[in-house]
Design a protein around this ligand. Structure first.
Ligand SMILES: [Zn+2]
Length: 154
């Protein structure tokens, strides 16, 4: 049994952000594959432009704290089936440099690590072991955008 669970942005929050960004004109539709693949956060999958991909700003849900911040994410333009785990770690985390940040229940940082995607399990377990750590946020270290959340297995 895996020692942690990985979750994408909640579908309800993605739906709300998509609607709002399309309505106010802040969503950017991806029209070419020049920068592909696009790691969509709705289902943690590397998408291509022909799937329909939007770039917009979202703030991952967390408590109020100095660390709470919105950032750029790709999502599917149309609601998708969501994330279904295939093994412990989604492929979009492999082959990318990741920044892991551990937080308390009050969303204050307990520890950080920058690791290659292939080392995410080890780094996640080490950070989850830091006293007071309730969950982790994973960001893509280069562009600095939010990827997903990691919680200890129940
Ligand atoms: Zn999706």
């Amino acid at each position: 049994m895996p020692a942690f669970t990985i979750t994408p942005l909640p579908a309800s929050q993605v739906d709300q952000a998509r609607s709002a960004a399309l309505a106010d004109g802040t969503a950017v539709e991806v029209t070419s594959n020049d920068d592909a693949p696009f790691p969509v956060r709705c289902c943690l999958h590397d998408a291509s432009a022909d799937e329909g991909v939007l770039l917009l700003s979202m703030q991952p849900r967390s408590g109020d704290s100095p660390y709470a911040a919105p950032g750029p994410v790709y999502i599917h333009r149309d609601r998708c089936a969501g994330y279904s785990p295939q093994g412990d770690v989604p492929q979009i985390l492999r082959g990318r440099t990741l920044s892991l940040r551990g937080y308390t229940d009050e969303h204050m940082i307990t520890g950080t690590a920058v690791v290659a995607g292939d080392d995410v399990e080890c780094a996640a377990l080490q950070l989850l072991d830091v006293p007071g750590t309730a969950y982790l946020f994973v960001h893509f270290a280069g562009p600095g955008c939010y990827a997903c959340r990691i919680d200890p297995a129940a």
